[in-house]
Design a protein around this ligand. Structure first.
Ligand code: HEM
Length: 294
Protein backbone atom coordinates (compact mmCIF):
# COMPACT_ATOMS: atom_id res chain seq x y z
CA UNK A 1 0.00 0.00 0.00
CA UNK A 2 1.40 3.35 -0.94
CA UNK A 3 -0.97 5.56 1.02
CA UNK A 4 0.35 4.86 4.55
CA UNK A 5 2.21 7.60 6.43
CA UNK A 6 5.70 6.18 5.73
CA UNK A 7 7.03 6.96 9.22
CA UNK A 8 4.66 4.36 10.69
CA UNK A 9 6.29 1.45 8.88
CA UNK A 10 9.89 2.70 9.16
CA UNK A 11 12.24 1.65 11.94
CA UNK A 12 12.52 4.04 14.89
CA UNK A 13 14.88 6.96 14.15
CA UNK A 14 17.90 8.08 16.18
CA UNK A 15 15.99 11.07 17.58
CA UNK A 16 12.35 11.96 17.92
CA UNK A 17 10.02 14.50 19.46
CA UNK A 18 6.44 13.92 20.49
CA UNK A 19 4.20 16.98 20.36
CA UNK A 20 0.65 17.11 21.65
CA UNK A 21 -1.71 19.94 20.84
CA UNK A 22 -5.05 21.08 22.25
CA UNK A 23 -7.71 22.95 20.30
CA UNK A 24 -8.06 26.69 20.79
CA UNK A 25 -11.78 27.19 21.53
CA UNK A 26 -13.28 29.23 18.69
CA UNK A 27 -10.11 28.80 16.62
CA UNK A 28 -9.80 27.76 13.00
CA UNK A 29 -8.60 24.14 12.91
CA UNK A 30 -9.28 23.69 9.18
CA UNK A 31 -6.85 26.43 8.12
CA UNK A 32 -4.33 24.98 10.58
CA UNK A 33 -4.70 21.47 9.14
CA UNK A 34 -4.27 22.79 5.59
CA UNK A 35 -1.03 24.49 6.68
CA UNK A 36 0.13 21.32 8.41
CA UNK A 37 -0.64 19.31 5.28
CA UNK A 38 1.47 21.72 3.22
CA UNK A 39 4.61 21.08 5.29
CA UNK A 40 4.38 17.39 6.25
CA UNK A 41 4.40 14.13 4.32
CA UNK A 42 3.90 11.49 7.01
CA UNK A 43 7.56 10.48 6.74
CA UNK A 44 9.51 12.95 8.84
CA UNK A 45 6.45 13.62 11.01
CA UNK A 46 3.70 11.11 11.68
CA UNK A 47 0.44 12.93 12.43
CA UNK A 48 -2.45 11.70 14.55
CA UNK A 49 -5.82 13.41 15.06
CA UNK A 50 -7.78 13.09 18.30
CA UNK A 51 -11.49 12.59 18.92
CA UNK A 52 -12.08 16.19 20.07
CA UNK A 53 -10.76 17.50 16.74
CA UNK A 54 -12.87 15.09 14.69
CA UNK A 55 -15.91 16.14 16.72
CA UNK A 56 -15.28 19.86 16.21
CA UNK A 57 -15.13 19.19 12.47
CA UNK A 58 -18.52 17.51 12.82
CA UNK A 59 -17.22 14.22 11.41
CA UNK A 60 -16.79 10.69 12.74
CA UNK A 61 -14.00 8.22 12.25
CA UNK A 62 -15.51 4.78 12.96
CA UNK A 63 -13.43 3.09 15.66
CA UNK A 64 -11.94 6.23 17.20
CA UNK A 65 -13.13 6.48 20.79
CA UNK A 66 -11.99 7.40 24.28
CA UNK A 67 -8.84 5.86 25.71
CA UNK A 68 -9.69 3.36 28.48
CA UNK A 69 -8.65 4.46 31.96
CA UNK A 70 -8.23 1.89 34.72
CA UNK A 71 -7.99 1.96 38.48
CA UNK A 72 -7.64 -1.53 39.95
CA UNK A 73 -5.71 -2.85 42.92
CA UNK A 74 -3.29 0.03 43.14
CA UNK A 75 -2.78 0.32 39.38
CA UNK A 76 -3.75 3.63 37.80
CA UNK A 77 -3.83 3.95 34.02
CA UNK A 78 -4.89 7.46 33.03
CA UNK A 79 -6.65 8.66 29.90
CA UNK A 80 -5.41 12.05 28.69
CA UNK A 81 -7.07 13.01 25.42
CA UNK A 82 -5.50 15.54 23.05
CA UNK A 83 -6.65 17.03 19.76
CA UNK A 84 -3.51 16.40 17.72
CA UNK A 85 -0.25 14.44 17.99
CA UNK A 86 2.98 14.74 16.00
CA UNK A 87 5.79 12.23 16.13
CA UNK A 88 8.75 14.11 14.69
CA UNK A 89 11.44 11.73 13.45
CA UNK A 90 15.01 12.58 12.53
CA UNK A 91 18.72 12.26 13.12
CA UNK A 92 19.53 15.75 14.37
CA UNK A 93 18.03 17.21 17.55
CA UNK A 94 18.57 20.79 16.41
CA UNK A 95 16.61 20.13 13.28
CA UNK A 96 13.75 18.68 15.36
CA UNK A 97 13.69 21.87 17.44
CA UNK A 98 13.33 23.97 14.29
CA UNK A 99 10.65 21.67 12.89
CA UNK A 100 8.74 21.97 16.18
CA UNK A 101 8.54 25.75 15.71
CA UNK A 102 7.54 25.36 12.09
CA UNK A 103 4.68 23.00 12.99
CA UNK A 104 3.61 25.16 15.92
CA UNK A 105 3.36 28.16 13.59
CA UNK A 106 1.52 26.17 10.94
CA UNK A 107 -1.08 25.11 13.52
CA UNK A 108 -1.35 28.47 15.28
CA UNK A 109 -4.82 29.39 14.01
CA UNK A 110 -6.42 26.37 15.64
CA UNK A 111 -4.14 24.62 18.12
CA UNK A 112 -2.02 25.32 21.18
CA UNK A 113 1.09 23.26 21.92
CA UNK A 114 0.51 21.23 25.05
CA UNK A 115 3.62 19.12 25.60
CA UNK A 116 6.98 18.33 24.00
CA UNK A 117 8.80 15.09 24.87
CA UNK A 118 12.25 14.38 23.48
CA UNK A 119 12.96 10.74 22.70
CA UNK A 120 15.85 8.76 21.29
CA UNK A 121 16.98 5.34 20.19
CA UNK A 122 19.05 3.66 22.90
CA UNK A 123 21.81 1.44 21.51
CA UNK A 124 20.25 -1.20 19.20
CA UNK A 125 16.70 -0.32 20.26
CA UNK A 126 16.71 -1.03 23.98
CA UNK A 127 14.35 0.23 26.63
CA UNK A 128 16.24 2.14 29.36
CA UNK A 129 16.01 -0.99 31.53
CA UNK A 130 18.48 -2.54 29.06
CA UNK A 131 15.98 -4.94 27.45
CA UNK A 132 15.51 -5.16 23.70
CA UNK A 133 12.15 -3.61 22.76
CA UNK A 134 10.32 -4.62 19.61
CA UNK A 135 11.58 -8.21 19.15
CA UNK A 136 8.11 -9.68 18.57
CA UNK A 137 6.93 -6.85 16.36
CA UNK A 138 5.22 -8.03 13.17
CA UNK A 139 7.16 -7.20 10.00
CA UNK A 140 6.43 -6.72 6.29
CA UNK A 141 2.93 -7.78 5.27
CA UNK A 142 2.15 -8.78 8.87
CA UNK A 143 3.02 -5.27 10.07
CA UNK A 144 0.54 -3.83 7.57
CA UNK A 145 -2.11 -6.39 8.55
CA UNK A 146 -1.74 -5.51 12.23
CA UNK A 147 -1.20 -1.77 11.99
CA UNK A 148 -3.11 -0.42 9.01
CA UNK A 149 -6.80 -0.09 8.07
CA UNK A 150 -7.46 -2.04 4.86
CA UNK A 151 -10.57 -2.95 2.90
CA UNK A 152 -12.88 -0.56 4.77
CA UNK A 153 -13.33 2.41 2.45
CA UNK A 154 -11.32 4.54 0.05
CA UNK A 155 -11.10 7.40 2.54
CA UNK A 156 -10.01 5.27 5.50
CA UNK A 157 -7.76 2.61 3.92
CA UNK A 158 -4.09 3.30 4.66
CA UNK A 159 -4.92 5.05 7.92
CA UNK A 160 -4.05 3.75 11.37
CA UNK A 161 -5.11 4.07 14.99
CA UNK A 162 -2.33 4.80 17.45
CA UNK A 163 -2.21 4.34 21.22
CA UNK A 164 0.34 6.56 22.97
CA UNK A 165 1.35 6.40 26.62
CA UNK A 166 4.16 8.18 28.37
CA UNK A 167 5.61 5.93 31.06
CA UNK A 168 7.93 7.15 33.84
CA UNK A 169 10.44 4.56 35.01
CA UNK A 170 11.94 4.33 38.48
CA UNK A 171 15.29 3.00 37.31
CA UNK A 172 16.78 3.01 40.82
CA UNK A 173 14.03 0.65 41.88
CA UNK A 174 14.45 -1.57 38.80
CA UNK A 175 18.21 -1.77 39.18
CA UNK A 176 17.89 -2.69 42.86
CA UNK A 177 16.49 -6.09 41.81
CA UNK A 178 18.90 -8.95 41.06
CA UNK A 179 19.29 -9.69 37.34
CA UNK A 180 17.27 -12.90 37.61
CA UNK A 181 14.31 -11.01 39.05
CA UNK A 182 14.59 -8.31 36.39
CA UNK A 183 14.51 -11.07 33.75
CA UNK A 184 11.41 -12.53 35.42
CA UNK A 185 9.66 -9.16 35.34
CA UNK A 186 10.21 -8.81 31.60
CA UNK A 187 10.10 -12.53 30.74
CA UNK A 188 13.29 -12.39 28.68
CA UNK A 189 17.00 -12.66 29.52
CA UNK A 190 18.73 -9.29 29.41
CA UNK A 191 22.02 -10.90 28.36
CA UNK A 192 20.84 -12.56 25.13
CA UNK A 193 17.15 -11.56 24.77
CA UNK A 194 16.05 -15.22 25.02
CA UNK A 195 12.45 -15.68 26.14
CA UNK A 196 12.09 -17.45 29.52
CA UNK A 197 9.67 -20.35 29.07
CA UNK A 198 9.14 -20.66 32.82
CA UNK A 199 8.67 -16.93 33.50
CA UNK A 200 5.95 -16.06 36.04
CA UNK A 201 2.45 -15.19 34.81
CA UNK A 202 3.12 -11.56 35.76
CA UNK A 203 6.09 -11.32 33.35
CA UNK A 204 5.46 -8.61 30.76
CA UNK A 205 5.84 -10.87 27.72
CA UNK A 206 3.53 -13.48 29.30
CA UNK A 207 0.87 -10.82 29.87
CA UNK A 208 1.20 -9.50 26.35
CA UNK A 209 1.91 -12.69 24.31
CA UNK A 210 0.09 -11.59 21.18
CA UNK A 211 -0.65 -15.12 19.92
CA UNK A 212 -2.33 -16.09 23.21
CA UNK A 213 -5.36 -13.89 22.58
CA UNK A 214 -8.42 -14.92 20.62
CA UNK A 215 -8.35 -13.33 18.11
CA UNK A 216 -4.59 -12.79 18.14
CA UNK A 217 -3.69 -9.30 19.38
CA UNK A 218 -0.87 -8.09 17.16
CA UNK A 219 0.13 -4.43 17.33
CA UNK A 220 2.88 -2.52 15.57
CA UNK A 221 4.99 -1.04 18.34
CA UNK A 222 7.23 1.98 17.73
CA UNK A 223 8.09 2.95 21.31
CA UNK A 224 11.13 5.05 22.18
CA UNK A 225 12.96 5.94 25.39
CA UNK A 226 12.62 9.52 26.58
CA UNK A 227 14.49 11.55 29.18
CA UNK A 228 14.36 15.00 30.72
CA UNK A 229 16.95 16.29 33.17
CA UNK A 230 15.11 14.69 36.11
CA UNK A 231 12.95 11.87 34.77
CA UNK A 232 13.00 9.19 32.13
CA UNK A 233 10.99 6.31 30.74
CA UNK A 234 9.38 5.04 27.58
CA UNK A 235 6.94 6.65 25.18
CA UNK A 236 4.90 3.56 24.32
CA UNK A 237 3.47 3.82 20.80
CA UNK A 238 1.38 1.09 19.19
CA UNK A 239 -0.28 1.38 15.78
CA UNK A 240 -3.28 -0.80 14.99
CA UNK A 241 -5.89 -1.39 12.32
CA UNK A 242 -8.22 -0.70 15.27
CA UNK A 243 -7.69 -0.12 18.97
CA UNK A 244 -8.97 -3.62 19.84
CA UNK A 245 -5.62 -5.42 20.14
CA UNK A 246 -4.10 -2.67 22.28
CA UNK A 247 -7.13 -2.69 24.56
CA UNK A 248 -7.05 -6.42 25.28
CA UNK A 249 -3.29 -6.28 25.90
CA UNK A 250 -3.62 -3.35 28.31
CA UNK A 251 -6.55 -5.00 30.04
CA UNK A 252 -4.52 -8.14 30.73
CA UNK A 253 -1.53 -6.03 31.86
CA UNK A 254 -3.74 -4.16 34.33
CA UNK A 255 -4.84 -7.33 36.12
CA UNK A 256 -8.53 -6.66 35.39
CA UNK A 257 -8.93 -10.21 33.98
CA UNK A 258 -7.33 -12.39 36.62
CA UNK A 259 -6.03 -10.11 39.36
CA UNK A 260 -2.42 -10.54 38.22
CA UNK A 261 -0.95 -7.26 37.10
CA UNK A 262 2.05 -6.90 34.82
CA UNK A 263 5.34 -6.86 36.73
CA UNK A 264 6.25 -3.69 34.79
CA UNK A 265 4.07 -1.75 37.24
CA UNK A 266 6.59 -2.53 39.98
CA UNK A 267 8.98 0.02 38.48
CA UNK A 268 7.13 2.11 35.90
CA UNK A 269 3.77 3.87 35.52
CA UNK A 270 1.88 5.51 32.69
CA UNK A 271 1.16 9.21 33.13
CA UNK A 272 -0.63 9.78 29.82
CA UNK A 273 -2.86 7.69 27.57
CA UNK A 274 -4.32 8.86 24.25
CA UNK A 275 -5.71 7.53 21.00
CA UNK A 276 -5.29 9.24 17.66
CA UNK A 277 -6.34 8.47 14.12
CA UNK A 278 -3.45 8.77 11.67
CA UNK A 279 -4.86 9.70 8.25
CA UNK A 280 -3.58 8.11 5.04
CA UNK A 281 -1.44 10.06 2.56
CA UNK A 282 -2.03 10.95 -1.05
CA UNK A 283 0.74 12.35 -3.29
CA UNK A 284 3.03 12.63 -0.24
CA UNK A 285 0.54 14.79 1.65
CA UNK A 286 -1.94 13.93 4.41
CA UNK A 287 -5.21 12.76 2.88
CA UNK A 288 -7.95 14.51 4.89
CA UNK A 289 -10.88 13.66 2.62
CA UNK A 290 -12.45 11.56 5.41
CA UNK A 291 -12.81 14.85 7.29
CA UNK A 292 -14.33 16.67 4.34
CA UNK A 293 -11.07 18.59 3.71
CA UNK A 294 -9.95 18.30 0.07
C1 HEM B 1 7.11 1.05 30.12
C2 HEM B 1 6.34 0.32 29.37
C3 HEM B 1 6.80 -0.86 28.57
C4 HEM B 1 8.05 -1.42 28.46
C5 HEM B 1 9.36 -0.97 29.12
C6 HEM B 1 7.93 -2.54 27.56
C7 HEM B 1 8.99 -3.36 27.20
C8 HEM B 1 8.85 -4.52 26.45
C9 HEM B 1 9.90 -5.46 26.19
C10 HEM B 1 11.33 -5.33 26.71
C11 HEM B 1 9.37 -6.48 25.45
C12 HEM B 1 10.09 -7.74 24.96
C13 HEM B 1 10.63 -7.69 23.57
C14 HEM B 1 9.62 -7.46 22.48
O1 HEM B 1 9.00 -8.38 21.96
O2 HEM B 1 9.45 -6.29 22.17
C15 HEM B 1 7.99 -6.16 25.23
C16 HEM B 1 7.11 -6.93 24.51
C17 HEM B 1 5.82 -6.57 24.25
N1 HEM B 1 5.13 -5.52 24.77
FE1 HEM B 1 5.85 -4.11 26.01
N2 HEM B 1 6.63 -2.65 27.16
C18 HEM B 1 5.90 -1.65 27.76
C19 HEM B 1 4.56 -1.40 27.64
C20 HEM B 1 3.71 -2.12 26.86
C21 HEM B 1 2.30 -1.85 26.69
C22 HEM B 1 1.53 -0.70 27.37
C23 HEM B 1 1.81 -2.77 25.82
C24 HEM B 1 0.41 -2.94 25.26
C25 HEM B 1 -0.67 -2.55 25.88
C26 HEM B 1 2.93 -3.61 25.43
C27 HEM B 1 2.84 -4.65 24.53
C28 HEM B 1 3.86 -5.53 24.25
C29 HEM B 1 3.73 -6.63 23.32
C30 HEM B 1 2.51 -6.97 22.49
C31 HEM B 1 4.95 -7.31 23.34
C32 HEM B 1 5.31 -8.57 22.57
C33 HEM B 1 4.79 -9.78 23.32
C34 HEM B 1 4.92 -11.06 22.51
O3 HEM B 1 4.07 -11.30 21.64
O4 HEM B 1 5.89 -11.78 22.76
N3 HEM B 1 4.05 -3.20 26.09
N4 HEM B 1 7.69 -4.96 25.85
Amino acid sequence: MINIQPGILSAVPAHARYLTFSLIPGGDPVTALLELRRITSGKEAVIGLGASLIEVLDKTIPGLHDFPSYSHAGIDIPATPFALWCWLRGSDRGELVHRTHQIQQALATGFRLNDVTDAFKYQSGLDLTGYEDGTENPEGVKAIQAGIVQGVSEKLDGSSFVAVQKWIHDLNSFESYPLEEQDNMIGRRKLDNEELEDAPKSAHVKRTAQEDFDPEAFVLRRSMPWASSTQEGLVFVAFGKSTDAFEVLLNRMSGAEDGIHDALFRFTRPVTGSYFWCPPVHNNRLDLTALGID
